[in-house]
Design a protein around this ligand. Structure first.
Ligand code: GLA
Length: 395
């Protein structure tokens, strides 16, 4: 090849290489599904807990329903050794993290871990600032498949830069690791997160109740009830898609602070929003109701729809709302939502779902698991207080 040809080939490769940088991994083509320790167990994590949770997920139907990643949140780490390597709590994780990862893999599941882009995690444990490549390499050696990366004690760090550094570090290991960015929305990660992470938080932390929006004790904003998360920030659906999802936080289903119908609404919305379905309850001892919610395959299929279009609010009249999401087969997922405290009728028209108004369309109830028939022009249902009716509509 002559010199000119070589230069031309090199010039052609530059955009390809840049593209490879931007593409990152090919993971999370549908929203990740799994379990995380934080919402139920906070800092009370141990090898025993994580193993018994993995045993439960492998045998109680959750694995069959699609739950895959078992993620230890904050507090597994206690210090760095003299070489700067992160050290797991030896009392709580006597077999070490590699032993635990191997165990989880032996159950046919995947293993996730937590760190933070600052000097310390949100619970004051050693975090990854300045150790990004060392930690990423360690995670890869342990067999980590998923990293949740938080945003406490970050000082004046720029979020996009900090997340890019860890993203590059993970990529450099050659191990496929889902990158979950937990920045809470202040730096608007939806604007820059695609190509850096596979999911990014859109708000501060969920709490196990219907509505409770209030500031944290330090005056920062906010703790959110489940419904508060639906209200803000609105209009993010265009930023989500295969490989890069908005994350309205992990689920509280089954943790006891809401009724079963409120939890059904919670799960319906997370599916409509193409949210990561990360259970946060004690799946070793859940009630039949909680299990039915978390394992509702028809609702999960909406979350995992390969088109990957996040849904949005279509109409709101006081306490009554309609939400919808287009699906790969040309159908729509629809939620008829009643936030109020009395039964109410909620209706949707086919035109609101961008179908011709005269269409006769099949409707299926995804909680009743029932075909309701074909309807002309639209559909309406009585919706109980604090409840969601979830439908699949298919012309
Ligand atoms: C932050 C995150 C939570 C959890 C805790 C752990 O608050 O948003 O999801 O990871 O930190 O300290």
């Amino acid at each position: 090849m002559n010199r000119l040809a070589m230069i031309l080939v090199a010039l052609m490769l530059v955009p390809l290489m840049a593209h490879a940088q931007v593409e990152r991994n090919s993971l999370a083509q549908t929203p990740p599904m799994g379990w995380n320790s934080w919402n139920k167990f906070a800092c009370n994590v141990s090898e025993d807990l994580i193993k018994t949770v993995a045993d439960a997920i492998a045998t109680n139907g959750m694995k069959d329903a699609g739950y895959q990643y078992v993620v230890i949140d904050d507090c597994w780490q206690v210090k760095r050794d003299e070489k700067g390597n992160i050290v797991a709590d030896p009392q709580r994780f006597p077999s070490g993290i590699k032993g635990l990862a191997d165990y989880i893999h032996s159950k046919g599941l995947k293993f996730g871990i937590y760190s933070d882009a600052g000097t310390k995690t949100c619970q004051g444990r050693p975090a990854s600032q300045g150790h990004e490549y060392q930690d990423a390499m360690q995670y890869a050696q342990w067999g980590v498949d998923y990293l949740k990366y938080d945003w406490c004690n970050t000082g004046t760090r720029n979020a996009e830069e900090a997340y890019t550094t860890m993203s590059n570090a993970l990529l450099s290991t050659g191990r496929p690791i889902v990158f979950s960015m937990c920045e809470s929305g202040t730096a608007k990660p939806w604007l820059w997160g695609k190509g850096i992470g596979n999911l990014w938080r859109t708000t501060d932390d969920i709490s196990d109740n219907w509505t409770s929006k209030k500031k944290w004790p330090d005056g920062n904003c906010c703790e959110y009830g489940m419904v508060d998360i639906l209200d803000e920030p609105a209009g993010l659906e265009s930023f989500a898609g295969p490989g890069h999802w908005n994350d309205p936080d992990m689920m509280e289903v089954g943790n006891g602070g809401m009724t079963s119908s409120e939890y059904r609404a919670h799960f319906s919305f997370w599916a409509l929003l193409a949210a990561p379905l990360i259970a946060g309850n004690d799946v070793r001892s859940m009630s039949a109701d909680t299990k039915d919610i978390l394992e509702n395959k028809e609702v999960i299929a909406i979350d995992q729809d390969p088109l990957g279009r996040e849904g949005w609010r279509i109409s709101k009249q006081g306490e009554l709302e309609v939400w919808g999401r287009p699906l790969k087969d040309g159908g729509r997922a629809v939620i008829l939502f009643n936030r109020g405290t009395a039964d109410a009728e909620v209706s949707v028209t086919w035109e609101q779902l961008a179908y011709p108004g005269h269409l006769s369309t099949k409707v299926r109830d995804l909680w009743e698991h029932k075909d309701l028939g074909s309807f002309d022009g639209g559909y309406k249902a009585k919706v109980a207080p604090h409840s969601a009716v979830m439908l699949k509509v298919l012309p």
